[in-house]
Design a protein around this ligand. Structure first.
Ligand SMILES: Nc1ncnc2c1ncn2[C@@H]1O[C@H](COP(=O)(O)OP(=O)(O)O)[C@@H](O)[C@H]1O
Ligand SMILES: [Mg+2]
Length: 150
């Protein structure tokens, strides 16, 4: 994959809720390896744009391309490639760190054989190897965030 490859692109993206315009024709590109942020005051249309990217909300007009595909036509395929880290984490508080990784792997349809070594890799990546048997509700906020990313 080319490092200049455009993974997410919006052209004249518009979202109206009835006659209220929440997103008024925005243009942006996100390339491979790039960190990209939406900054703006409350009500600027950030969450609306993110929902369109995540294929959970349809646009009113304009073009949207995620991994080369239109989210309105390829929602499930696009969702399968997106990792979302919500503000309030969606980890299972009653399970341990490694159990959460296992359960989420199974949600995504990964085999047990694939998940086992992957958990080791991700515990290392998230610097949570020493917390593997700790329940999520005993983790710090930053640790929970790292586990969600993993
Ligand atoms: N489902 C909806 N129906 C009507 N208006 C909405 C809806 N969702 C968001 N809005 C309006 O669209 C505007 C943008 O909202 P939002 O995208 O949540 O902004 P941000 O995330 O930047 O704070 C706000 O004025 C909000 O009230
Ligand atoms: Mg928001």
């Amino acid at each position: 994959m080319d490092k200049n490859e455009v993974l997410i692109e919006a052209k004249n993206l518009v979202k109206r809720y009835d006659d209220f315009t929440a997103v008024a024709g925005i243009n942006f590109q996100v390339r491979k390896g790039e960190s990209f942020g939406f900054l703006g005051p409350n009500g600027a249309g950030k969450s609306t744009t993110m929902r369109i990217i995540a294929a959970t909300l349809t646009r009113t007009s304009g073009e949207m391309t995620i991994l080369g595909k239109d989210p309105e036509k390829f929602g499930p395929e696009i969702k399968a490639h997106l990792g979302v880290v919500p503000q309030a984490d969606n980890l299972d508080q009653a399970l341990t760190v490694e159990e959460n990784l296992y359960i989420y792997g199974r949600y995504f349809g990964l085999s047990k054989k694939f998940i086992k070594p992957k958990i080791e890799e991700l515990l290392d990546f998230a610097q949570l190897a020493d917390k593997r048997t700790v329940k999520v509700d005993a983790l710090s906020g930053g640790m929970k965030r790292r586990l969600t990313i993993a």
